[in-house]
Design a protein around this ligand. Structure first.
Ligand SMILES: NC(=O)c1ccc[n+]([C@@H]2O[C@H](COP(=O)([O-])OP(=O)(O)OC[C@H]3O[C@@H](n4cnc5c(N)ncnc54)[C@H](OP(=O)(O)O)[C@@H]3O)[C@@H](O)[C@H]2O)c1
Length: 435
C-alpha cells in the first residue's frame, strides 16, 4: 500500500493509525502518568504521519502545483477531509464507551481547596450542571454563569439538601450572563474582575446546537451558533485574563466537540451570509466549534508561560442532554433507544472535569507550547489527550480566525498583551451602561 497518492491510500493510512491508537489506548488500564507519556507519543506520531501523508498525497512531481493550490483560497473541506471528519464522529459514537471503559463514573476528583474559584457557563442543565455540582462537592467555590438565575438557585437548593451531612455546605453562587449578548458578557466579566479575586478555572461549557432550525442571529448581528459557542466564550476568556493571572496556575477549558472535525471556517464569512456555502445547523455548529479550537490555539500560543494559564478544548463525547431537545421527536426517540452508545451527563462531564483539575494538565500544555505545537491541548471524551482535526492545524487560518474574532468581539488586536502587562483594554461592547 505504498501508493499514497490515491485518496484510498490516505484513508487506509488514517484507518490504520486509528485502529493502532484504539488498541494502544485500550490495551490496559493505564495511570494518568502513562496516558500523559503515550499521549505525547501518539500526538507526535499522528502529527508526523499527517504531515507525511499530505506531502505524499501531493506527490513530488506535483509539488509546485500544490504550492500554488495552497495559496489559492480554500472555500470548504475537501471530500476526503469531510469523510475523515464524518468517520471520526461515527467512531466516537460507536466506541466512546469502550474507549472510556477505564474511567470511573462519577470520576473521582482531587480535593480542591475552598479558595479554588471556578466559573462554569451554562450550568443549569446537561454537562455543565454535572461539572458545577461535582466541582462544588470537591470543595471548590463554583460560580454558575447562567442565563436563567432562578433555575440555578433552585438547583443549588436541591444540591445543598442532598449534600447535607456530607461535609461543609457547598460553596456555589449564581451570576447572570446571556451569551447571545456581548454586552452581557462584558458586564459579567467586569462584575467578576471588580472583586479583584483570583480565578482558577473558566469552563466555557454553554453551547447551542439548534438542530434543523433556520439560521438565527444574535442582537449583535452574529450567527447564533458562532456567537454562543465561539465569540462570547472568546470574549469572556480574554476579559477574565486579569483574574486568571491572579489565580495562576489557572485554566481555560472549552467544552468543544468531535463535530469540529466537520467544520470549516471562512474568515470572510463567519456569519454564513454570503451564500457561498449553504447554511445548515450542522455546518453552523461544527464551524463554531472549529473556530473555538483555532482561536484557543492562538490564545495558548500568545499567553507567555509566566502567565501560568493553560488553554484546553475537550470533547465530552456524544451525550444525552438538553442539546437533543430540538430534535424531531423520532430522532429523539432513537437517542433514547441507544443508551449503550450514548453517555449520560455525568459521563459527559468527565473530560472537562479532568481538564479543569488534573495536576498534570498545566505541564502538558507547557510541553505543547515549548514544542510549538500548532494546536492547543485537546482532551478526548476518555480523558486522554488527542489530536484536533486536520483543519485545526491550519496555522494561517487560525491566525485569521484570531484576528477576525477580536474584531467581531470589539477588542484591539493587542488586547492579550496589554492585559498581561496590567493595562486596561476597552471593548466596543458593554459601553451602554457606562454612558
Ligand atoms: N450533548 C452532546 O452530545 C455534546 C457533544 C459535544 C459537545 N457538546 C457541548 O457540550 C456543551 C454543553 O451542552 P449540553 O449537551 O450539556 O447541552 P444543554 O443541556 O442544552 O446545555 C447547554 C447549556 O448552555 C446554556 N446556554 C445556551 N444558550 C445560552 C446563552 N445564550 N447564554 C447562556 N447560557 C446558554 C443552556 O442554558 P439553559 O439551561 O438556560 O438553556 C444550558 O445550560 C455545549 O458546548 C455543547 O456544544 C455536547
Amino acid at each position: 500500500m505504498d501508493d499514497l497518492d490515491a485518496p484510498s491510500g490516505q484513508i487506509y493510512r488514517w484507518a490504520l493509525t486509528e485502529i493502532r491508537l484504539f488498541f494502544s489506548n485500550n490495551s490496559s488500564r493505564v495511570s494518568v502518568q502513562e496516558i500523559y507519556v503515550s499521549f505525547k507519543l501518539n500526538t507526535e506520531r499522528r502529527g508526523k504521519e499527517g504531515m507525511a501523508s499530505s506531502s505524499a498525497a501531493s506527490g513530488d512531481g506535483d509539488r509546485e502545483e500544490t504550492v500554488s493550490l495552497k495559496k489559492k483560497k480554500k472555500d470548504g473541506l475537501g471530500w476526503i477531509e469531510w469523510l475523515r471528519g464524518l468517520l471520526s464522529v461515527v467512531y466516537e459514537v460507536l466506541f466512546q464507551r469502550i474507549m472510556a471503559s477505564h474511567l470511573q463514573n462519577p470520576m473521582p476528583l482531587p480535593p480542591l481547596p475552598d479558595i479554588t474559584s471556578c466559573i462554569v457557563t451554562g450550568s443549569t442543565s446537561g454537562i455543565g450542571r454535572e461539572i458545577a455540582r461535582q466541582l462544588a462537592e470537591s470543595g471548590a467555590h463554583v460560580i454558575m454563569a447562567v442565563r436563567n438565575p432562578k433555575a440555578a438557585h433552585e438547583l443549588i437548593q436541591k444540591w445543598q439538601e442532598e449534600w447535607s451531612g456530607m461535609g461543609l455546605p457547598l460553596n456555589i453562587e449564581v451570576m447572570e450572563v446571556d451569551l447571545l449578548s456581548l454586552d452581557s458578557v462584558v458586564k459579567f466579566a467586569e462584575a467578576w474582575n471588580a472583586r479583584s479575586a483570583p480565578l482558577h478555572a473558566l469552563i466555557n461549557n454553554a453551547g447551542i446546537f439548534s438542530i434543523g432550525e433556520p439560521q438565527r442571529f444574535s442582537k449583535d448581528g452574529y450567527e447564533a451558533h458562532m456567537q454562543v459557542n465561539h465569540l462570547a466564550p472568546a470574549l469572556l476568556s480574554i476579559l477574565l485574563l486579569p483574574s486568571l493571572i491572579r489565580g495562576s496556575p489557572s485554566r481555560i477549558v472549552n467544552v468543544n466537540s468531535i463535530m469540529h472535525h466537520l467544520g470549516f471556517v471562512d474568515t470572510e464569512d463567519m456569519n454564513f451570509v454570503s451564500k457561498k456555502r449553504r447554511y445548515t445547523s450542522t455546518s453552523g455548529y461544527s464551524s463554531s466549534k472549529l473556530a473555538q479550537v483555532m482561536f484557543s490555539s492562538i490564545l495558548h500560543k500568545r499567553l507567555p508561560a509566566e502567565a501560568g494559564i493553560s488553554v484546553l478544548c475537550v470533547s465530552p463525547g456524544i451525550v444525552q442532554t438538553g442539546v437533543t431537545r430540538d430534535l424531531p421527536k423520532i430522532v429523539d426517540a432513537a437517542y433514547q433507544l441507544v443508551p449503550y452508545f450514548i453517555f449520560n451527563a455525568q459521563e459527559g462531564s468527565r473530560s472537562a472535569l479532568f481538564a479543569a483539575t488534573d495536576p498534570q494538565v498545566p505541564e502538558y500544555c507547557e510541553m505543547l507550547k515549548a514544542d510549538e505545537w500548532p494546536v492547543c491541548a485537546f482532551i478526548s471524551q476518555d480523558c486522554r489527550p488527542t489530536n484536533a482535526s486536520e483543519e485545526a492545524h491550519n496555522v494561517e487560518t487560525s491566525q485569521k480566525v484570531w484576528e477576525k474574532t477580536l474584531e467581531m468581539i470589539g477588542l484591539p488586536s493587542d488586547a492579550v498583551e496589554r492585559l498581561i502587562q496590567g493595562e486596561q483594554v476597552e471593548c466596543r461592547y458593554g459601553m451602554a451602561d457606562q454612558q
